[in-house]
Design a protein around this ligand. Structure first.
Ligand code: NAD
Length: 258
């Protein structure tokens, strides 16, 4: 799938992984709606990107993925500005075990909310052009992080939701591929003040630190490269792409039908 003149929406795009995703999509010719709850960072980034890629290529929309109304309004504005939606990156996420209901609301419910609302614009069954959705999970979606049980639960949920939705899309004829990224540790703000983010599991900060030392930390650009692969390779649907410093790998899951 060529990205020239395709329209992408990226949530949690003002910084970190979402920012790198936005940049790689722009570099490959897409126009990008930048959705984020942080208005200051979002507007600052948009100003910077406008200078590099042209003002008609980006649109900042202040949007909290916890709000159905705000996502709906952001998608509507994207369609009015760019003429449709071809790519959705459900990337917004937090790590804070002490506000566990909020992690579920953002990391898991935000992905479900974003996906369902996007179907109204993207699905061929509702007049859309089809396209691709890529959700950001984590290695925590594939195996447990003992210091972050709720983060682990949300990311496991994102992996399961993605795979079930990909199968539903294929059978129903939505014309939408749905894939999930499962990165290891990535150098972003989410990695700062780790022990404060662990709440009642802050005593396990050392366990996380040992794992970081063992498997290493990757850069946001590594994740963005994997996003590009999942967006452009039209053979990929329902795939989970794992990436660590030692490399990337598509995950093999047990099959119930064989
Ligand atoms: N950094 C890592 O080690 C790592 C590893 C694997 C997966 N991830 C996942 O990658 C995604 C991006 O994380 P990051 O590391 O770039 O974090 P980050 O904190 O650098 O950036 C997150 C962005 O999401 C935005 N955001 C937070 N809550 C939001 C909400 N309710 N609505 C809209 N935007 C919101 C923030 O304002 C910020 O711009 C998350 O889903 C995270 O779980 C991160």
């Amino acid at each position: 799938m060529a990205l020239n003149d395709k329209t992408a929406v990226v949530t949690g795009a003002a910084m970190g992984i979402g920012k790198a995703m936005t940049e790689i999509l722009l570099q490959n010719g897409a126009q990008v709606a930048i959705l984020d709850v942080d208005k200051t960072a979002g507007e600052r980034l948009t100003e910077e990107l406008n200078k590099r890629y042209g003002a008609e290529k980006t649109l900042f929309l202040n949007c909290n993925v916890e709000s159905e109304e705000q996502i709906k309004a952001a998608f509507q504005k994207t369609v009015e500005t760019f003429g449709g939606i071809d790519i959705l990156c459900n990337n917004a996420g937090i790590l804070n075990e002490s506000t566990w209901e909020k992690i579920v609301s953002i990391n898991l419910m935000g992905v479900i909310r974003g996906t369902y609302l996007a179907l109204e614009h993207m699905s061929k069954l509702s007049g859309g052009r089809g396209g691709v959705i890529v959700n950001t999970a984590s290695m925590a979606g594939l195996g447990p992080l003992p210091s972050c049980p709720v983060y682990t639960a949300t990311k496991s949920g994102v992996v399961g939701f993605t795979r079930a939705m990909a199968a539903a899309s294929a059978v129903s004829g939505y014309g939408i591929r749905i894939n999930v990224l499962c990165p290891g540790f990535v150098q972003t703000d989410l990695m700062s003040n780790m022990s404060a983010r662990l709440g009642q599991f802050s005593h396990l900060a050392d366990v996380t630190q040992q794992l970081i030392e063992k498997i290493g930390i990757i850069n946001v650009s590594d994740v963005a490269d994997c996003l590009l692969e999942l967006v452009t390779d039209e053979t990929k649907n329902g795939e989970a792409l794992m990436l660590f410093r030692k490399g990337k790998q598509y995950v093999t899951f047990p099959s119930f039908s064989e």
